[in-house]
Design a protein. Structure first.
Length: 138
């Protein structure tokens, strides 16, 4: 155990203060990044990590919470709604184009099948050159 005057945080508190997941802090604890961490006596399942060790390990305990940082401001919501409407229009246009192209591909496949059937029905021309006569024994 370390000096009780040293400020410490639980894993959950450290994760919240650093803006990372609790499992990230737990992995760092398991890796030995916090040698001064200890279990609480009254709750042995709860770890406490001294703040200086968090800082020494490169965990910024003053970082904003990621969820708070990701919430859009009120004036940006309208911009996001407008951008969403544009993206929905673009998606609809892309889906219509994809349907047209799928129909075109099917038309081309049908044409190819017809060409293959025609070329299979046509007999190859008779050879009339010198090599053909030699091969036929003329």
């Amino acid at each position: 155990m370390t000096d009780p005057a040293t400020p410490s945080l639980t894993l959950t508190e450290a994760a919240r203060a650093a803006g990372v997941s609790r499992s990230t802090v737990r992995r760092r604890l398991d890796a030995g990044d916090f040698p001064g961490a200890w279990r609480e006596e009254e709750r042995p399942y709860r770890w406490r990590v001294p703040v200086p060790e968090l800082l020494a390990a490169g965990i910024d305990v003053q970082a904003p919470n990621r969820q708070e940082a990701q919430e859009p401001a009120g004036e940006t919501v309208e911009d996001l709604r407008a951008a969403l409407a544009v993206e929905r229009e673009r998606r609809a246009a892309a889906e219509a184009l994809a349907e047209e192209r799928a129909a075109r591909v099917e038309d081309l496949r049908a044409s190819l099948r017809q060409l293959e059937a025609r070329t299979a029905a046509v007999a190859p021309p008779a050879r009339r050159g010198l090599l053909a006569r030699v091969l036929r024994g003329e």
